[in-house]
Design a protein around this ligand. Structure first.
Ligand code: SF4
Ligand code: SF4
Length: 108
């Protein structure tokens, strides 16, 4: 988009007066909802058949952080899941609810 002219007689140029920058949402401390609510079909160390929905991942520490973050054995799907206002909501309860609904909606 940027400076592309708009269609029509009047040429209106899109020049934002401020950067359209939306900072990446940060993962909430002590949440762990997305390591509990969804199912994961790929193997996880300690869960060779993956993880059922609603079950806490064995790699989720008591501090609600991933014990294998950054390691190659961490499932790729985990790295692909980024915090977002839609998923994370404003509380762990909201995130659990949203992820549970997503799980049901995408169940085979
Ligand atoms: S649901 Fe969002 S806030 Fe909670 S652990 Fe996952 S990414 Fe972090
Ligand atoms: S492997 Fe780590 S990031 Fe993936 S579900 Fe388990 S605790 Fe969460």
């Amino acid at each position: 988009m940027g400076d592309a002219p708009a269609s029509g007689a009047a040429r209106v140029y899109f020049r934002p007066s401020f950067p359209f920058y939306f900072p990446q949402m940060q993962c909430r401390d002590k949440c762990g909802a997305c390591c509990t609510a969804p199912s994961i079909t790929s193997p996880i160390p300690g869960m060779p058949d993956g993880k059922p929905a609603g079950v806490r991942c064995v790699q989720l520490g008591e501090d609600e952080r991933c014990r294998i973050f950054g390691r190659p054995e961490r499932p790729a799907v985990c790295g692909g899941l980024q915090p977002s206002s839609e998923m994370c909501g404003s509380s762990r309860q909201q995130a659990m609810l949203w992820l549970d609904q997503l799980e049901r909606a995408t169940a085979p």
